[in-house]
Each structure stands twice: as C-alpha cells, then as structure tokens.
Design a protein around this ligand. Sequence first.
Ligand SMILES: Cc1cc2nc3c(=O)[nH]c(=O)nc-3n(C[C@H](O)[C@H](O)[C@H](O)COP(=O)(O)OP(=O)(O)OC[C@H]3O[C@@H](n4cnc5c(N)ncnc54)[C@H](O)[C@@H]3O)c2cc1C
Length: 380
Amino acid sequence: MKRDTGLPNGSDVVVIGGGFHGMSSAYHLASCGAKVTLLEAEYCARHASGVNAGGVRTLGRHHAEVPLARASLDLWHRLPELIGEDGSFVASGQFQVAESPQELDKLRGRVAALNALGYTHEVIVDAQQVREIAPRLARHVVGGIWVKDDGHAVPFRAVTAFRHAAQRLGAQIHEATPAQTIERVGDQWCVTTPHGVFTAPWLVNAAGAWAGELAAQAGDSVPMKPGGLMLMITQRVPHFIEPVLGAAGRPLSFKQFANGTVLIGGGLRCEADVVQRHGDVDFFRLPSSAKTVTDLFPHLAGINVVRAWAGVEAFMPDEIPVIGMSPRAPQLVHIFGFSAHGFELGPIGGRIVAELVLEGQSSLPIAPFAVDRFASVTAR
Ligand SMILES: Cc1cc2nc3c(=O)[nH]c(=O)nc-3n(C[C@H](O)[C@H](O)[C@H](O)COP(=O)(O)OP(=O)(O)OC[C@H]3O[C@@H](n4cnc5c(N)ncnc54)[C@H](O)[C@@H]3O)c2cc1C
C-alpha cells in the first residue's frame, strides 16, 4: 500500500541528513540520474560537517579507511571538474610531529606497515626536513610524518558547494524538516516529518549523531554514542605555517588561516546534548590544547583565544564509521559514525552510497564498516 502524502513525491531516494555525507550522497545520486529528496532537521551543514576543523587528512588513518581516504582525496583535488568549484580546498600538506625518538620510531613502524600494504603517501621526515616545512616549530621536535597532498577546507563552504551541485542536478532539499519515523510500507520507505510523509523506494540514513536512533527503527541497533568536540581560534598573528599540523604523542589539530588566525583542536572532547542539539564548550579542558600549541610553537605564548565552539559528532566504539546496506531492512543504506574524522571522507562517502543504491555494491572495500559488526555487543 502506498500512502497518499499530498507531497511532490516520486523520488527514487530519500536522504535523511544535510551534513557532508547526506549532501554528497544527494549529489552523487543525482549526478547518476536518480531523483533525490534530502530532509534536514535544521539547516544544511548545521552540525559536525559545518563546524569542524576542516582537516582534509589521509595521514594517520585506520588501515580500513585508507583506501576510502585516498579515493576521497583524489576527489578533493578534482572538485572543480566534479562539482564546478573547489569547495575552498587548499592542498597545504599535513604533518604529524614526533616529540621524542620513541615517538618517531612508532611513526616509522606505521609507515613501514603502510608501505607493506602498498601505500606510499605517508613519508617520514627528519628534524632538518621538519624545519624546512615549519621553521617556527620548537627545537625538540625530532621528525614526523608528512603527506604532501593532504590539506584543508572551510567546512561550510565545502558542503554548500556540494549542495549547489546537487540542486543544479535536480535534488530537492527540505530544511527544518526532521524525519520523525521511518517505516517500510510495501516497496516504499515512508518518512514521517512535521510537514508530511515523504516516500521513496530507497532510504539513506546520514543523520550523523542522530543516525543511531533511525537505524534502530529499522532493526539495526548500533552502539553509537553522540559526543561533543571543541575547537578554538586565536587572534591574527603574522603568517608562520602553511601545512596542517598534528602531534604523534598528544591530541592536536592545528592550522593557520590566510587571515592569520590559528585554529586549535584535535580530539578535544566535551558533552553533547542531542535533545537540545548542541555541544557544550568545557572551558576547563581547553588549556591542555593551548599548552600543546605553545610547547610546539613557543612564539605563540601570550596570544589570545577569541572564540571557542563545540560540534556534535557520532562516535563508534572502534572509531571507524558505519557505511553499507542494512542487513535487515530492504533498500536502506547507512552512512554515519565518523568518530571525529569524517570530513575528509565526505566526497567519497556519497559516491559509495550512490554505488550501493544504483549498482548494489561498492567499488571500494567497505566490509569493515558493516552496520552489524557489533551484533554480539548490542545483543549483550
Ligand atoms: C569540532 C569538530 C572538528 C572536526 N574536525 C575534523 C577534521 O578536521 N577533519 C575531519 O575529517 N573530520 C573532522 N570532524 C568530523 C566531521 O566533521 C564529521 O565526521 C562529519 O562532518 C560527519 O558528517 P555527517 O554528514 O555524517 O554528519 P553531520 O554533519 O552531523 O550531519 C548530519 C545531519 O543530519 C541532520 N539530522 C539528524 N537527525 C535528523 C533527522 N531525524 N531528520 C533530518 N535530519 C536529521 C542533522 O541536523 C545534521 O545536519 C570534526 C568534527 C567536529 C565536531
């Protein structure tokens, strides 16, 4: 039985969530000729995808994510030909520094393991090369890993670029339209919202920190936990570094924008309120990050932090996402749980969704991201 919703239905796919992965899904599906309706509870890129650090990083990825991250990076480099604009991507390079010989040994081990798998994008650099890449770094830094084709982008601009491309291809976007319930009726998904019921044979669950609840409605319970992540930004200082910087031994994500401000973050956790839909900045936890920065760049001691904010992110216990078809509900694709590093994967995430919907399989290895990999945990 198909419900009469009174809405302009006839879509092939309803995508829930206007973050990067939902928007990229809408774009890739529409570019293959699918009729797409995207539902966003608030406004597109309101949450993690629009407020993150903008790090486009393949460096340091879980081995299972490396093929996806490299394929995504290729798309980042080709955004103008793909979506007609560069999404603000800058190929600045990314750098992970070692602050002791032991840390450098660990990094060498990681790069050797990657090389054994056939990946050569992460390269070990010594103390001298470190100074060439980042001359103002503290003298105790002994080396690090360098990925020259990584970079950064302004999150809201990147997602909006995909939005414009998706809309040019006919995707319908409904903001302020939260999906309240999802239900399979006959050969259709029925998504109930305050503005009516949207139907389509295919459904994509890209609802970020709220995706676990929707997955559970379809019978796919996952141990996903929403959490907050914080960032802070400083006053403008004279330009001193080009690449994005992380540290091997402590959490750090650090970059300087063209306007001179410095963005500081990197796994700075805080509380998230998913009911009120926001993260709460915990000012007591910010100083540890500030100290990491001044340890690595002593010349920044004394500069002012002018703003701090928190975003809401979906965390999985194994810190890799859920990407794939529901094993229980027909024609349902899940893509969520990016555990603080899903921005870089945005361009490829949507392509994988389009492949699953239109071809029934992904050209990239996604078995490690199966939604039911926690089945024994959730059963307990
Ligand atoms: C502070 C911070 C810094 C980060 N830094 C980086 C970084 O440097 N590099 C990196 O790669 N990653 C980073 N990340 C992680 C990255 O931002 C996320 O992994 C990624 O944006 C997740 O995208 P998403 O589309 O899955 O989720 P989201 O961006 O959360 O989008 C989900 C959307 O779904 C909507 N939604 C939820 N429920 C419903 C519903 N029922 N109906 C309709 N819509 C709904 C939400 O409103 C939201 O807009 C960071 C995250 C944060 C918070």
